[in-house]
Design a protein around this ligand. Structure first.
Ligand code: HEC
Length: 199
């Protein structure tokens, strides 16, 4: 008598398993397409076609001069313990240009880092909390509009609770975070800036 129920159950379970399998497949296909888009964009620019570059050619050179946002003093930007400057960090320090901007993967990592190091004070989506919103168009320090400027603020700190991240976060991590902040600001702008208190 029990057996008569089991095939019935199995029949139910099979379509369910199939449906779940299908969802997985669809998602995998979606992700593959999303990633392939990234790669094809990168390789086409590498093939030196006259298309807007997605991936920047990384440069190395003497570091620019970075100055504390409050003090105006030159910041000593040197690798912290256990840090080796990545090619991306070197590129940023030499040019002020953030190679992680518009890089989906880097933006995701930037968000993870932001969540750990910054969101407690600035809010989960940088909408502002104890510290000001970072993903809107208003800046206490206008230089934060540029990646070099905001790096100086993050690395060297600002007033009060905004302590310097020098020695806490690596340069490569900070520029990941900046890439996410810029991305979030663009998203907010697209959505009419509704999520930000400064409006
Ligand atoms: C302990 C709380 C705290 C943490 C953690 C913190 N901040 Fe701040 N942050 C503040 C406060 C408070 C201010 C306002 C300081 C000022 O106006 O000088 C501020 C200011 C800033 C500003 C200047 C904003 C403007 O309008 O010009 C930036 C940029 C910033 N923080 C980025 C970050 C990032 C990125 C992190 C994580 C790496 C971080 N902060 C971590 C509290 C914090």
């Amino acid at each position: 008598m029990k057996e008569s129920q089991q095939p019935h159950l199995r029949r139910l379970r099979q379509p369910l398993t199939m449906a779940l399998g299908l969802t997985g497949l669809v998602m995998a296909a979606f992700l593959t397409v999303a990633c392939a888009k990234d790669e094809s964009a990168a390789s086409s620019s590498a093939a030196s076609e006259a298309q807007p570059a997605v991936k920047v050619a990384l440069k190395e050179g003497p570091a620019l001069e970075f100055r504390g946002t409050i003090s105006g003093d030159v910041l000593d930007v040197a690798p912290m313990e256990g840090e080796t400057f990545t090619p991306e960090a070197k590129h940023f320090l030499a040019t002020g240009e953030n190679p992680y901007r518009n890089n989906e993967e880097a933006i995701k990592k930037g968000y993870t880092l932001f969540s750990t190091a910054c969101s407690g004070c600035h809010g989960h989506l940088a909408e502002g909390k104890l510290g000001p919103a970072l993903a809107d168009e208003y800046w206490t320090y206008p230089k934060n509009e540029t990646d070099k400027g905001i790096f100086e603020t993050i690395y060297g700190g600002a007033a009060g609770m905004m302590g310097p991240q020098q020695g806490r976060l690596q340069v490569d991590e900070i520029i990941h975070i900046i890439a996410w902040i810029r991305h979030q600001a663009e998203e907010n702008l697209k959505n009419g800036g509704a999520a930000t208190p400064h409006g």
